[in-house]
Design a protein around this ligand. Structure first.
Ligand SMILES: NC(=O)c1ccc[n+]([C@@H]2O[C@H](COP(=O)([O-])OP(=O)(O)OC[C@H]3O[C@@H](n4cnc5c(N)ncnc54)[C@H](OP(=O)(O)O)[C@@H]3O)[C@@H](O)[C@H]2O)c1
Length: 298
């Protein structure tokens, strides 16, 4: 059997571009620590970095990219349009590019399907929704500022609305969503596959402090395998066919989370993680002015 090489593995987007299977997440990576994290990740071989305007760290992510010495064109860089910027797409991308100190991003995502009024973050615009925002995002393609556009936190119902809208000419390249054994979203994944939209997994470790790593089923697979629970979680995601975005600001963990070559989970090990019944979502929609999730297994 050919050796498993996840660190250089890519998935092909519907644009023809390739997205590396493992990316460094940067949510909650503080400005004073993310530069070192990005630099360490790139030096260790990561070629995919995920950030967002809302994370308040794009400048330091850009600093980390520069400090690494890795040529910009070798890196797949994602950032996201923040909810209160839906009516200001051209300005939103400019601000991100300036902070990131780059001419383009490889992927620009609508962070949430929520067009929030910047004057009152509890309000959704009455005269603007994510379909309007997508119409504006589409105008960026061809400007050279974005190589691809996509969405994040879109459930099937919202994707249906988007894809059926008259103004929608471009199918999102990616839907970045929460994916881990306690939020496996099989229906949404099936839907994305049918529409040729790549799924990227956020919070693959269960987010802050990696709480999933205490799960008994996971621990027993990790022990049998001689791998950490985090490595097993990432491998489970990769074997389900999507890219994974583990976040860490700890160099040893950044390295360990990339130690995913030369081994894989057996069908039984995958099934054991598939069988986890506990359900939780780290990033729900309670803080948003609109509901964005539908159904318990999306
Ligand atoms: N589109 C969206 O709405 C959205 C939402 C959430 C996340 N995301 C993206 O997805 C990325 C990942 O999600 P996430 O940040 O929620 O969480 P995550 O990657 O599931 O987990 C991160 C947590 O696990 C810890 N950790 C990382 N590697 C570890 C290891 N090997 N051993 C033990 N602990 C480890 C990290 O600690 P240290 O950093 O202290 O090492 C941090 O506390 C984000 O950073 C962001 O880029 C996107």
């Amino acid at each position: 059997m050919a050796e498993v090489k996840n660190t250089t593995k890519t998935f092909t987007l519907n644009t023809g571009a390739k997205i590396p299977a493992i990316g460094l997440g940067t949510w909650q990576s503080k400005p004073n620590e993310v530069k070192e994290a990005v630099e360490a990740a790139l030096r260790h071989g990561y070629r995919h970095i995920d950030t967002a305007f809302a994370y308040g760290n794009e400048k330091e992510v850009g600093d980390g990219i520069k400090a690494s010495g890795v040529p910009r064109e070798e890196i797949f860089l994602t950032t996201k349009l923040d909810n209160p910027w839906h009516k200001r797409v051209p300005e939103g991308i400019e601000r991100s590019l300036t902070a990131l100190q780059t001419d383009y991003v490889d992927l620009y995502l609508m962070h949430w399907p929520s067009s929030t009024d910047p004057d009152d973050l509890k309000k959704h615009y009455p005269d603007w929704d994510f379909i309007d925002t997508w119409r504006e995002l589409q105008k960026l393609v061809g400007t050279g500022k974005v190589k691809a556009i996509g969405v994040s936190n879109f459930a099937i119902k919202n994707l249906e609305k988007l894809l059926n809208a008259e103004s929608t000419k471009i199918v999102p390249a990616v839907n970045q969503i929460e994916l881990h054994p306690c939020n496996p979203s099989p229906k949404l994944l099936e839907y994305l596959k049918a529409k040729d939209i790549h799924a990227s997994a956020y919070s693959p470790l269960g987010s802050t402090d990696s709480p999933l790593s205490k799960n008994e089923a996971l621990l027993s697979v990790a022990k049998a395998k001689g791998k950490s629970p985090q490595q097993v979680l990432l491998m489970w995601g990769l074997q389900r066919g999507y890219s994974v975005l583990p976040k860490s600001v700890t160099e040893s963990r950044i390295q360990a989370n990339f130690d995913l070559d030369g081994w894989s989970l057996t069908d039984d090990e995958v099934k054991s993680l598939d069988g986890i019944q506990e359900r939780f979502k780290v990033c729900g929609d309670a803080w948003l002015p609109v509901k964005v999730f539908f159904g318990d297994d999306e």
